[in-house]
Design a protein around this ligand. Structure first.
Ligand SMILES: [Zn+2]
Length: 362
């Protein structure tokens, strides 16, 4: 099979990078930068962002994100961008702001700069945008023509977000190696649409090792709002290593089980990465990995505060019948669980969820 690896053209990570956005813009654009920002970022960082563009003498328009990455919001921004004659778009904020900026760049064929202000998922680097209805229900995936032109992480901004978000990013990143390894073993294709390169699996493995080495230290540092080397390493693991690792290494059981768990309203307050962490433990049970290996992952999750039981996911009182519905949803046609190197049925997933839950309790 032909192998493919995707990545953003440039990945930048450091302190106070939000003050350099105009400098980066000048490498790609001329007529003006369209800055789509979260309300929180507008209220707290507007002066710093604007100063960067004023200092460099670059035209810009700053717009507050409407809150939902819907077709309406995307079209609203495209209209303003055209009126202001901007030739590149920045997404500055959380996942939905970034996805809206990516969609604007897709429809307008212009460069996109992604500036995540949290490190809670591995989505920023990917050539993928999730579109919702104006009411916030999932609508569709938009597969982009290319990965972002630049991904810029300001570590000062990220450490000031709640520690739980960084920990959720650790949960999302924890799945990356195990899912990529399953895809390699089954010769499945990745999200990038091809076979898996040696580079992608090496990056996925480095992601896992970095989490185990630095996850707890980074969590403690972020709780104290300071940037340490461990924080730097975890931001890179959550965003870049996991981003390349999932897109070019592939998804398997952990994310499919996450998707199954989303049918339970009881878990709607739980972040993506927190459910993915439990999905990862469940995948390890499905694979019948040695107890020492599963315990290592469970203990790591506990140490950083990721949920390891159904109760911790808010699903402790869910009936077995409804858990079976989760297992059925996880094994629906087209789910990435079918990338596992063996056949997986709803019965298998149901059993693995119960065992994972018990292992988390012990
Ligand atoms: Zn994920």
């Amino acid at each position: 099979m032909t192998k493919i690896i995707n990545s953003p053209s440039k990945y930048i990570q450091g302190k106070d990078e939000i003050a350099n956005l105009a400098t980066y813009y000048k490498l790609r654009g001329n007529s003006g930068a369209y800055l789509l920002v979260d309300k929180f970022i507008f209220d707290n960082f507007k002066d710093k962002i604007v100063e960067s563009f004023e200092k460099e003498g670059v035209n810009y328009h700053i717009e507050v994100f409407g809150g939902e990455c819907s077709k309406n919001e995307i079209n609203r921004n495209i209209d303003i961008l055209k009126e202001k004659k901007c030739d590149a778009v920045f997404g500055i904020g959380g996942g939905k702001t970034l996805d809206a900026a990516k969609a604007v760049s897709y429809y307008e064929n212009i460069p996109v700069f992604i500036v995540p202000t949290i490190a809670s998922t591995d989505a920023p680097c990917s050539a993928l945008s999730v579109i919702y209805t104006p009411n916030g229900e999932f609508k569709e995936y938009l597969f982009l023509k290319a990965n972002p032109d630049m991904v810029i992480m300001d570590t000062d901004v990220i450490v000031n977000a709640p520690a739980r978000l960084l920990v959720a990013g650790i949960g999302d990143a924890l799945a990356t190696y195990y899912e990529a390894k399953a895809c390699v073993d089954s010769n499945a294709s990745s999200i990038a649409g091809g076979g898996i390169t040696k580079a992608a699996i090496a990056i996925a493995e480095l992601c896992k090792d970095t989490l185990f080495q630095d996850g707890l230290k980074a969590k403690i540092a972020v709780e104290n709002k300071v940037v340490t080397q461990a924080v730097e390493n975890i931001i890179e693991a959550n965003t870049y290593l996991s981003g390349i690792g999932f897109e070019s290494g592939g998804l398997a059981a952990a994310h499919a089980i996450h998707n199954g768990l989303t049918i339970l309203e009881e878990g709607h307050h739980v972040y993506h990465g927190e459910k993915v962490a439990f999905g990862t433990i469940t995948q390890l049970v499905l694979e019948n990995r040695c107890l020492c290996e599963i315990k290592k992952v469970v203990e790591f999750c506990k140490s950083v505060g990721l949920p390891t039981t159904l109760d911790e996911l808010g699903m402790g009182s869910v009936s077995k019948e409804r858990l079976y519905e989760v297992a059925k949803a996880s094994t629906a046609e087209g789910e990435t669980i079918h990338n596992m190197p063996f056949k997986v049925t709803a019965d298998d997933v149901f059993a693995a969820i119960l065992v994972a839950d018990e292992l988390g309790k012990n």
